[in-house]
Design a protein around this ligand. Sequence first.
Ligand code: ZN
Length: 112
Amino acid sequence: MAQGRRRGLDYTPLFMFLLSKVGRPWDEVFSEAVSRLDRREPIFWMVSLHRDGAEPYIAVSGSSYFSGLYVDEEGVLRKVDSALDETSLAPSCKCCTHTFNGKPFTRKFRQG
Ligand SMILES: [Zn+2]
């Protein structure tokens, strides 16, 4: 995997930024996020502008997961499923450290 990792491809700081803005007006969050980026696309990996079709979580790489976010009717940024956290998902392999919103999974890998 190290080979495919180019400078600028790690959007973890963006995703952590967006997470920290849950509950804030989307317009405000979006303009701040855009001002830090060279392109807008990665914002929408995590944020849906409508609840319909919004994913409860996103997998950024095989082992890095983040909450899915959406913008509610009042224009406020929300988590699709606020009950999801690092205790919710099981790792898909044994060799990698899986994280949810930057925190290591607490569940262990189980074969089959
Ligand atoms: Zn692995």
